[in-house]
Design a protein around this ligand. Structure first.
Ligand code: FIX
Ligand code: ZN
Length: 413
């Protein structure tokens, strides 16, 4: 019988095991490198990330939105670097993230300008850089966010390309579900016989759309982001009908989970673009009703409001078909990852997916996972130390087994 790890060595053992554990990143906005410029990478993309755009306007409240967005991307990056990284200490999580990436690449975190850093990135190729970043981040595969209603992306899928198995498809449905009947016109343009009345014929065509694109993407799941006002059932909303007559039946048929990302208020400040979205508390009772009514469906759920994360844990204790995942967006900060992960371990044991990166720029995988590993490793070590204090024997094999449960993407294909 393998002897257990002594209490004083537990923390080291956990962090070593987590550093060795390749993670499956179940939600990103990255694209297979074969999809060309859809995959964002490099210093200018890193510095103009919408998280930093929101912060630069706080640093420069005098600056007109137009005057920033009219700049070219490199000029925007120069301004953000100067304001957030040179003229003050880059203490925010998004700023620290950039420095973690530079350090991992052996680059200068104290550079006064981006010129030197740009030389490094101009020497990289997308394919080579994917290999390097996945290795540095300890990531084995990522799930993309694919939207066939986006003409630029659809063109690439229709042209076809050799898939990189590390980039898995996900059918994102906001364009269909959240913008009906605009979604209707776009589906018509793709050749689906739908009409805005949500007739039986329309539902059949939407199910055809879902099947065809889940197959083309080899989708690991379908996903939608929902506002805090999400209601189920809501006979007045097209969303409820589309969910119960199209999405959930097809998801069950294809044995695919449906990811629900709940609590985003889109474009509260539209001039900020992607940086203009906000958060609101949702009523988790609606999710409980949906999980209850559709027990044959699997739901991957994350909430944007801190307050909702506790309710989500409890809802998952009541409905085994709910899997909480990730510390999404405004919750993806060390203090909140720590709080949420501890709460989940204490209420759900190991039956959740602790984190996703939401990376929009390839390089971000390095810091999002470096930072999350450090925090989640710390919380896990607390839990294992508590176990050892009870006399429970904890071995390295136990820890590795448990980490696989948490980080290998659950039952996703
Ligand atoms: O809906 C989503 O997938 C969100 O993650 C994004 O819309 C958001 O812009 C983001 O990048 C959050 O990290
Ligand atoms: Zn996202």
């Amino acid at each position: 019988m393998k002897s257990g790890i002594p209490l004083k060595s537990v923390r080291t053992a956990v962090n070593k095991a987590l550093a060795r554990m390749p993670v499956v990143d179940i939600h990103t906005h990255l694209f297979d490198p074969a999809m060309g410029n859809l995959l964002l990478w490099g210093i200018d993309e890193l510095i103009t990330y919408h998280y930093l755009v929101a912060e630069v306007f706080r640093a420069r409240p005098d600056m007109e939105y137009k005057s920033f967005f009219n700049l070219s991307k490199p000029r925007q990056a120069d301004l953000v670097w100067d304001e957030l990284f040179v003229r003050r200490s880059p203490v925010s999580e998004a700023c620290r993230g950039v420095l973690t990436v530079l350090q991992a690449l052996g680059l200068n975190s104290n550079a006064k300008s981006l010129a030197g850093l740009r030389r490094y990135f101009s020497g990289q190729t997308a394919q080579g850089y994917v290999d390097k970043v996945f290795k540095l981040a300890g990531v084995s595969r990522v799930y993309m966010t694919n939207d066939p209603l986006d003409p630029a992306e659809r063109k690439v899928w229709e042209r076809g390309f050799e898939r990189d198995p590390r980039f898995r498809g996900v059918l994102r449905l906001d364009g269909v579900l959240m913008a009906w009947p605009q979604g209707c016109e776009r589906l018509q343009a793709m050749g689906y016989g739908v009409d805005s009345s949500l007739s039986g014929q329309t539902m059949a065509e939407i199910r055809r759309f879902l099947r065809e694109w889940c197959r083309r993407l080899e989708a690991g799941y379908m996903a939608v982001s929902l506002p805090p006002s999400f209601r189920y059932p809501d006979v007045t909303s097209s969303l409820t009908s589309l969910l119960i007559k199209a999405v959930l039946p097809v998801a069950k048929e294809l044995d695919l989970p449906v990811a629900m990302m709940i609590g985003v208020k889109k474009l509260v400040n539209p001039v900020l673009g992607l940086a203009g979205d906000s958060v609101g508390k949702a009523d988790i009772e609606n999710l409980e009703r949906l999980a209850n009514d559709f027990r044959g469906n699997r739901f991957l759920v994350t909430c944007l409001a801190r307050e909702n994360m506790h309710e989500l844990c409890v809802a998952a204790r009541k409905f085994k078909n709910i899997t909480p995942f990730g510390c999404w967006w405004f919750l993806n900060t060390p203090s909140l990852i720590r709080e949420i992960t501890a709460m989940r371990l204490e209420l759900l044991g190991l039956s959740f997916i602790p984190q996703h990166s939401d990376a929009r720029v390839l390089d971000q995988l390095i810091y999002k996972w470096n930072h999350s590993r450090a925090v989640i490793g710390g919380v896990l070590a607390d839990k294992y130390e508590d176990l050892v204090r009870t006399g429970r024997r904890v071995t390295e094999a136990d820890i590795t087994r448990d980490l696989k449960l948490l980080f290998d993407g659950g039952r996703l294909r």
